[in-house]
Design a protein around this ligand. Structure first.
Ligand code: ZN
Length: 80
């Protein structure tokens, strides 16, 4: 048996992006899920992207406390 599921696979870009963006119809989604269950590389990338998206969504929706905002503003002040 030759090595598999280690190299980035061609399907990744093709399958993952629309899958993450929920742009697939039923049939396409089933195919994408099937691929994820077979391909280690895609599965790991999918999990990573999902986490990333959740984090970004959270960061975008959560109200930043005023103290933190002014702290960040201070930090952003140029030192020179
Ligand atoms: Zn793959």
């Amino acid at each position: 048996m030759s090595g598999f599921a280690v190299d980035p696979c061609d399907k990744c870009e093709e399958v993952l992006q629309p899958f993450l963006d929920r742009e697939l119809n039923e049939e396409e989604r089933a195919l994408a899920e099937e691929h994820l269950s077979l391909c280690d590389y895609c599965r790991k990338r999918y999990r990573f992207e999902e986490e990333l998206r959740r984090f970004v969504r959270q960061a975008a929706t959560e109200e930043m406390p005023p103290e933190l905002k002014s702290k960040l503003a201070e930090l952003r002040t140029p030192l020179l």
